[in-house]
Design a protein around this ligand. Structure first.
Ligand SMILES: *Cc1c(COP(=O)(O)O)cnc(C)c1O
Length: 497
């Protein structure tokens, strides 16, 4: 299968090239030229498989240069009991008739990013070999909190790679910061940026497209790659869990083969919900895709009006991993909607860069609205939802997942649609103790992170995730803070070039 850039559909690369480079030099995102199609027999076959085997079946549809044996060995090490001690990488819990939760936070860093970032290092190092790449990959990451840690954990001491993570200084939770600044490994670097996530992401994109720097890197034996969801190797493993959840629901007798399910995703950079969209386009019976945002409601407005307007205030919220105004992966969706018209995408993305906004045609807006439902929810409503779901059924939500619950509730009321729905739960509530505890009416003032974890365990009776409990025993290794325009200097200094 060939991949094309969203900004130049004549540029064809292999999967290994797309994964190794992450972002196309024209600023576009690599995207499959054609999506594979599956039939009910395929889904039937998957139903009897483990998560690792399901991932091989799906990924091999997209990666013809990788053998099944190769993919199986990656999947066993990415999704095995060492990384997912619960024994299931993506379990589905049923809370009520037709209400199912896909728990994606049983991995090493307790957020859904692990599902992709445990796989990506395998795909990337194998891609380097297939490309006969002699240089080291320097992986640059801008993170709103969860990607950074998951990428550090995935790439820690992986041969042939260095990983440098930038996070917004005041944009992450205390536990997220501690998780990153205590990271072990000889090939890792972590640096805070003064500004918000969009500043960090814009800074990383600028480093990527700096041609002089590229040449310098090349001479020093390095090249840049990305572990953000702009990398196809991040999106692909995420398609797997939508199929897997469907199979589990069929196996549990909660869906009949062929029934449709809605999917509701708490959304930031649009990577997770894009994977659900691809699963649907491949033939998974998905009804409505419900896109849930926090107070940074740029996607809600876009889906409802067809105008993407990033010129608006940026709000720090209780769900920091969704505090994003520029959703990179939307570009892949628009590319698909436009029939892979890269000229149109270039025009839209130029407008975003120059004016901070763009508008899509009425026909694209109609397709958007028939495929997606969009809603948003502020912090107050997020906390109310955490409290009411906990009181109602004893289930503890993290703030991101709570946003999805709230928007789903509104969807049901507005549309009367009671079709089975899968809500994607993206983080352990223990990553966001402060917000969760205050939602439950507890005072969090002056308490340390360690105390907050203990308190939440005591209040909720839900055991804390082990990796988060362990963070407090580690000492901090990284403390540097830079301005956005000093990010480049951090990179060159750390690599010694
Ligand atoms: C990253 C993240 C999101 C947003 O996912 P996107 O793929 O960027 O839309 C939502 N919730 C949590 C907990 C996250 O870490």
């Amino acid at each position: 299968m060939q991949y094309v850039s969203t900004r130049d559909n004549t540029l064809h690369v292999t999967a290994a090239q797309a994964i190794a480079t992450g972002l196309s030099a024209d600023g576009g995102l690599f995207t499959p030229e054609k999506l594979p199609h599956i039939d009910p027999v395929f889904i039937n076959k998957l139903t009897g498989f483990s998560y690792a085997e399901r991932s091989v079946e799906i990924m091999s549809l997209f990666l013809d240069e990788f053998s099944r044996d190769e993919l199986l060995s990656f999947a066993q090490s990415a999704y095995g009991a060492q990384k997912f001690p619960q024994g299931n990488a993506a379990p589905v819990k049923t809370l009520d008739t037709g209400l199912h939760v896909l728990e994606l936070w049983h991995g090493p860093t307790c957020a859904f990013k692990d599902l992709a970032l445990q796989m990506l290092p395998h795909l990337l190092t194998a891609s380097l070999k297939k490309n006969n790449e002699q240089r080291r990959a320097c992986i640059l990451v801008a993170t709103s909190g969860d990607t950074g840690k998951a990428a550090l954990e995935g790439f820690c001491d992986v041969e042939g790679t260095n990983i440098l993570v930038f996070y917004p200084q005041d944009g992450v939770s205390d536990i997220q910061r501690l998780q990153m600044t205590t990271q072990r490994g000889g090939n890792v670097g972590v640096c805070a940026v003064r500004g918000n996530f969009d500043d960090a992401q814009t800074g990383v994109k600028a480093i990527f497209s700096d041609t002089a720097l590229r040449a310098r890197m090349d001479q020093a034996g390095y090249f840049f790659s990305s572990a953000n969801s702009i990398n196809w190797g991040r999106v692909l493993p995420q398609i797997v869990y939508y199929f897997s959840a469907y199979c589990d629901l069929v196996a549990q007798g909660r869906l009949r083969q062929g029934d449709t399910m809605n999917v509701c995703v708490p959304t930031g950079n649009f990577g997770n919900i894009l994977a659900a969209y691809y699963a649907m386009r491949m033939g998974l019976p998905v009804g409505k895709l419900i896109c849930a945002s926090n107070r940074n409601s740029v996607l809600t407005d876009f889906i409802n009006t067809g105008v993407y307007n990033a010129r608006r205030p940026f709000y720090g919220t209780l769900s920091p991993s969704m505090d994003i105004l520029i959703s990179s992966n939307l570009e892949r969706l628009l590319f698909d909607f436009s029939g892979q018209d890269s000229e149109q995408i270039r025009t839209l993305m130029n407008s975003l860069k120059e004016n901070g906004s763009y508008a899509v045609s009425d026909s694209v807006n109609n397709t958007l609205k028939s495929t997606f439902y969009a809603g948003c929810c502020d912090d107050e409503q997020t906390q109310k939802t955490i409290a009411s779901v906990f009181t109602g059924c004893g289930y503890l939500l993290d703030p991101h997942t709570a946003v999805a619950f709230d928007v789903y509730d509104r969807y049901k009321k507005e549309t009367g649609d009671t079709a089975p729905t899968l809500i994607v739960s993206t983080a352990s509530p223990y990553k966001f103790c402060k917000g969760v505890l205050s939602a439950l009416g507890e005072d969090t003032q002056g308490r340390s992170d360690a105390e907050l974890i203990d308190k939440l365990e005591e209040v909720s009776g839900v055991p804390a995730a082990q990796p988060l409990k362990a963070v407090r025993t580690l000492s901090q290794r990284f403390s540097q803070v830079v301005e956005r325009d000093a990010m480049l200097g951090y990179v060159t200094k750390t690599l010694g070039i």
